[in-house]
Design a protein around this ligand. Structure first.
Ligand code: AMP
Ligand code: MN
Length: 332
């Protein structure tokens, strides 16, 4: 089981300057990857860093495949296909990934720089900067770009702000610190078109709404309403003409069930079940995720149960939820 350390990184700026020095000095390719099922922070933080390094004249392989709702961010020629082998002397930057096995796109080997904000991060890599007090990996990339002394442009600021927007739930979650708002103000000052960006981030295809109708009919309440659950099957996704990513943010809908302290969303996959967990008021989604072999943050976490069907996953997930509700004092 993973261990959790939610303390701030004690040598944050020292390490950030060290990473900036390494990246400035290298003549080799910089390969940038993030976690599987990349979200706005994974895509935005990596793309922002890739653009900043290209501005410094670096050869960069940006190996992240954005989900459909983020495909408007990169230009076509910016993307590099996943690789099985790194170029010689490459510097590998892994962003927003709790452990080396969650990172996809390239093998995590050679000189590895791990920059992340998950308390469950295993602190892998030659240099790791893990600060769970940061709202997003994008915040850390903002600091790294400052340390690199790259001149900010709208092109660089837009993906970075995207990471901040998505990981703070549009500046509504508890991780929305003064630092986040100040950084956002700065990035908007660098030319990001905020209204256009936030509007674009909410666009969804018609089949998304069809699928949501089906998913909402699976909503169930547990433990006298202290927890809420819903799920999506592969059949539902198929019937709606949807893809799996269309259900990525449904947990963000059911989390607002009044009186619920935990929301769990189960996604049926081939040979596995993916669980997304959200919590509030002293209940830790992170504890539930770690119990299930995953990880994340206190209010938002997840796990993938390999070899576990949807039916088998439900009792396991609910047992982990019950344990955490007891620990937090909501259940006797
Ligand atoms: P999700 O439910 O996939 O939106 O994930 C919520 C948060 O938990 C994100 O910060 C994820 O990076 C993290 N997370 C999700 N699944 C895992 C996992 N299997 N291991 C570690 N962190 C995870
Ligand atoms: Mn993140």
């Amino acid at each position: 089981m993973e261990t959790i350390n939610n303390q701030p990184e004690p040598h944050y700026w020292e390490k950030m300057r060290l990473v900036a020095d390494v990246l400035r000095a290298t003549d080799a390719t910089v390969v940038i990857i993030a976690h599987e099922d990349p979200d706005g922070d994974a895509v935005g933080s990596t793309l922002g860093l890739a653009r900043a390094l290209r501005q410094l004249g670096k050869e960069v392989w940006w190996i992240v495949e954005p989900p459909r709702f983020l495909r408007f961010l990169p230009h076509e020629d910016e993307y590099h296909e996943p690789v099985d082998e790194l170029p010689e002397d490459a510097v590998l930057v892994v962003l927003d990934s709790g452990d080396r096995h969650r990172a996809v796109g390239a093998p995590v080997e050679g000189f590895v720089i791990n920059i992340d904000h998950h308390g469950s991060n295993s602190r892998f890599g030659q240099i790791h900067i893990v600060d769970p007090t940061k709202a997003a990996a994008a915040q850390m990339v903002k600091d790294l770009i400052d340390a690199l002394e790259v001149e900010w442009t709208e092109e660089i600021a837009t993906p970075v702000l995207t990471g901040l927007i998505t990981d703070t739930g549009n500046f509504r979650f508890g991780n929305t610190t003064p630092e986040v708002l100040e950084t956002a103000a700065e990035l908007v000052g660098h030319g990001v078109k905020l209204a256009e960006l936030t509007d674009r981030l909410q666009w969804r295809p018609p089949q998304y709404f069809k699928l949501m109708g089906m998913v909402l009919s699976t909503v169930q309440f547990h433990f006298d309403g202290l927890a809420v659950s819903a799920h999506v099957t592969r059949k539902m996704t198929e019937e709606a003409g949807s893809t799996e990513e269309d259900s990525d943010d449904f947990v963000g809908v059911i989390r607002y069930a009044e009186g619920s302290y935990v929301a769990v969303f189960l996604k049926e996959r081939e040979g596995a079940t993916k669980v997304s967990i959200r919590s509030r008021a002293g209940v830790s989604a992170q504890n539930i995720a770690v119990e299930l072999g995953g990880g994340g943050h206190v209010p938002a976490a997840g796990a993938t149960l390999e070899g576990v069907s949807l039916e088998e996953a439900y009792p396991r997930v609910l047992a982990a939820v019950e344990k955490e509700l007891k620990r937090a004092g909501f259940l006797g």
